[in-house]
Write a protein that binds this ligand. Structure first.
Ligand code: NDP
Ligand code: ZN
Length: 350
């Protein structure tokens, strides 16, 4: 056993606070990692505050983890002590179902084991995430961080990056396609970069007119202020794809109307009932598709890291002292971060 420290929520209404706990000794296929950096995802807030109704406490968030291998189990062949590695949103799955066999562990038919707040498949203990100094993970779920990447800025690729890359690739976004990205936060700003790197003409839909210049710097060709009905109307029938990262219930109808026939609206931010209701005519009359997508598989997570190294793509980050994590949550909700907080785990020692 390792004694570990980290920041956890003890209930949905208490702020995150330091906690000491045990990490298991590596099993034969496990890799032990000293965590150097961990990104802060909006899902961490949803979970710490039990906004999805599935939280288990104490809840230690963090699924954008970069660190150094400190120990490996006897059967580990993929990583060695000293390697710079990453762990994203999953740490295990059944490994034999149809989805796992297709490298889509996120859609494991028995349900993937998430990096936090999920029972471990072997000992049943509640998984604890990356707001911590260490983690122990089966080697299959540990990816290699390419040398070319800045390790701190690479951390958010493990969730924000893969979640936006995977659906754009799955739906075959190609040069010349018109892609709209809804919301420019951690996921959205990566979505802009990926769509641009795939050759698309990219438009940001944002509530915040003040983000226009920033969006262009990220690679957006156009910006639509979503609260301006005139701008929304003028965009009718224009887009091939919409990548929707908005983290709260919102009216999909005006966005669907901006899709051309056969256009695809991909939800990644919303996992609650759609409210206000969807007008089915917005799908039927134009053969439009409403889709969803969850992170990406482990092989594809390695692929997106390599893609970022090759295309010189990195996340825009603000380094965070872990003692300011609760303040960071408030700032994220207010939209006051460009565009991902990354915890410098050296601050945990202090
Ligand atoms: P952020 O908070 O970083 O960004 C969300 C953006 O959405 C904001 O920057 C803002 O953009 C827009 N937004 C925020 N609030 C509202 C609102 N009330 N109405 C309209 N737009 C709003 O979040 P993340 O990018 O980290 O995460 C986005 C969502 O994706 C979360 O719900 C998260 O849980 C989910 N997620 C899903 C994954 C999956 O696998 N499907 C994986 C990871 C995260 P602007 O100011 O430009 O309008
Ligand atoms: Zn996430």
């Amino acid at each position: 056993m390792y004694t570990a420290i980290g920041y956890a929520a003890q209930s949905a209404t208490t702020p995150l606070a330091p906690m000491t706990f045990n990490r298991r000794s590596p099993r034969p296929d496990d890799v032990a990692i000293e965590i150097l950096y961990c990104g802060v995802c909006h899902s961490d807030i949803h979970q710490a505050r039990n906004e999805w109704g599935i939280a288990v406490y104490p809840l230690m968030p963090g699924h954008e983890i970069v660190g150094k291998v400190t120990e490996v189990g006897a059967n580990v062949s993929k990583h060695k002590v000293g390697d710079l590695v990453g762990v994203g949103c999953m740490v295990d799955s059944c490994r034999h179902c149809e989805a796992c066999a297709a490298d889509l562990e996120q859609y494991c038919l028995e349900g993937p084991t998430l990096t936090y707040a999920t029972p471990d498949r072997i000992d049943g203990s509640n998984t604890m995430g990356g707001y911590s100094n260490s983690i122990v993970v089966s080697e299959h779920f540990v990816v290699r961080i390419p040398e070319k990447l800045n390790p701190a800025a690479a951390a958010p690729i493990l969730c924000a990056g893969i979640t936006t890359y995977s659906p754009l690739k799955h739906y075959g976004v190609k040069a010349g396609d018109k892609v709209g990205v809804l919301g420019m936060g951690g996921l959205g700003h990566m979505g802009i970069k990926f769509a641009k790197a795939m050759g698309a003409e990219v438009t940001l839909f944002t509530r915040s007119a003040s983000k226009a210049e920033e969006a262009r710097r990220q690679g957006a060709d156009h910006v639509i202020v979503s609260t301006d009905a005139e701008q929304m109307k003028a965009a009718a029938g224009r887009f091939d794809f919409l990548l929707d990262t908005i983290p709260v219930q919102h009216d999909l109808n005006p966005y669907l109307e901006t899709l051309r026939f056969d256009g695809v609206h991909i939800l990644v931010g919303l996992i609650e009932p759609v409210d206000p209701a969807l007008h089915a005519a917005n799908l039927v009359m134009k053969r439009r598709v409403l889709a969803g997508s969850l992170i990406g598989g482990i092989a594809e997570t390695q692929e997106v890291l390599d893609f970022c190294a090759e295309h010189d793509i990195s996340c825009d980050i603000e380094m965070l002292d872990i003692k300011h994590i609760n303040e960071a949550y408030s700032r994220m909700i207010a939209g006051d971060v460009k565009y991902r907080f990354v915890i410098d785990m050296a601050t945990l020692k202090a």
